[in-house]
Design a protein around this ligand. Sequence first.
Ligand code: PHE
Length: 352
Amino acid sequence: MDATRIIEEALDQFGQDFTARFEAATTEQALRDEKATVLGKKGKLTEILKQMGRVPPEDRKRIGERVNALKEQVETRFSERLAALRNLRRQAELSAPPFDLSMPARIPTPRGHLHPLTQTQSDLLAIFRDLGFLAVEGPEVELEEYNFTKLAFPPDHPATDMQDTFWVSVAGAPSGARTLLRTHSSAVQIREMTRRRPPMALVSTGAVYRRDDDITHSPMFFQMEGFLVDHRVTFGHLKAVLSTFAERFYGPGTRTRFRPSYFPFVEPGAEVDVSCVFCGGEGCRICKYTGWIEILGCGMIHPAVFEHCNLDPEALTGFAFGLGVDRIAMLRYGISDIRLFYENNPRFLAQF
Ligand code: PHE
């Protein structure tokens, strides 16, 4: 057989061979490997072309054209097969069971919930919002003037003592002004009565601070303050609001009792007890066998406080009350140690 014939047969064989190899490749990588075997420097075609030297010159052009056509065929088949393989893979993905990214993990992720104090705080706020009170906020670092002076605390009042109050220094505070971590939420009264004109009915909750630390006192705790200012507001309005509150929070039939008490910024002042929610007033360990539980301090806003806020004490009256959110929550959930609220023990918190 002459060289031309041999090479032509080899090329025929090559043409069938690579088509079969490409069809047999089932992955993109396998296909690329086959292409390298076919066309590469050490590939089949290179091997065949080594015999070109023996082909008579008059046949070379024809053979050369044949080779080029084959190369083009290889490229075409390759791209076709590549497209087909990609399409197959896509179809397989589309018909496979869907991969659900939103599916929960097999190990359940523990879910948190609102802190019992936050829950209590929002329940309290909701009642006063229903009664028409607007919720406002005040800063935890407060001026002495707002926390004590304008609330008519005399300068030597024991509450202002170093031992009772966290005095702090604040960069940028007005010169000569003393600052502290507010000891009660009543400072909000001053802020709001200075900025707003009556009528106003406001509530405010937030952290307050005192140098106290035992099973019923925490250096940081939460209070809720409420106050209402208008013309002709009476102690009767105060009683109505607080007894309505007590019945909504503790249930219908809950009774309230007002005992005279003293706070420098109210006159008259009172402490409010509710009939014991545990024994209904019969007397139990929780109410110390009195049938009553103390829940808040309140009173009619002192005329001096109005004056300090540039409001006319002849024209206006108002009431204010303040309650300890922690105490309310402790009674509500039967918790005996206030410090549990702040230890962040998940086994404690998970119970509420
Ligand atoms: N601020 C008082 C306290 O912390 C509570 C109070 C508020 C009393 C408003 C009367 C009126 O004890």
